[in-house]
Design a protein around this ligand. Structure first.
Ligand code: AMP
Length: 115
């Protein structure tokens, strides 16, 4: 854990967020600046700088959190699809230096474009 890390504070429940889903090692909650309705984040509860630092042994729990969070968001926002995005290191646009995934529930003509 890093004392000054905003996502560590969320993981430790020092900052309160509406939890979408959690298991022993991962937690999901709405992004504070959503790019689209339902835009949410998945974080590991322990501090890892990027996805490269997350232990492979947590892969199954990460998939569990991805699937449950995405299904929850698709139902809640009547979405017909979703994107998973992860910014790693400065050059890829990572602002918060605690590994995380963005989950973006999608509609056919919601206007969001990536590429
Ligand atoms: P990035 O590091 O570029 O992948 O983006 C970090 C994301 O974290 C941004 O989309 C922010 O809006 C989001 N964010 C930062 N602080 C908080 C917070 N306290 N609660 C929820 N989302 C946050």
């Amino acid at each position: 854990m890093k004392a000054d890390c905003i996502f560590c504070k969320i993981a430790r429940k020092e900052i309160s967020v509406p939890v979408i889903y959690e298991n022993d090692n991962f937690l999901s909650f709405p992004d504070a600046n959503p790019k689209i309705k339902g835009h949410s984040l998945i974080i590991p509860k322990n501090h890892y700088n990027t996805i490269l630092d997350v232990p492979n042994t947590l892969g199954s729990e990460l998939m569990d959190c991805i699937k449950n969070t995405s299904l929850n968001l698709m139902q809640k926002y009547s979405a017909t699809g979703f994107n998973i995005l992860s910014n790693n290191f400065d050059s890829a646009g990572q602002v918060v230096k605690h590994a995380h995934l963005h989950i973006l529930p999608r509609q056919k003509s919601d206007g969001l474009t990536f590429f």
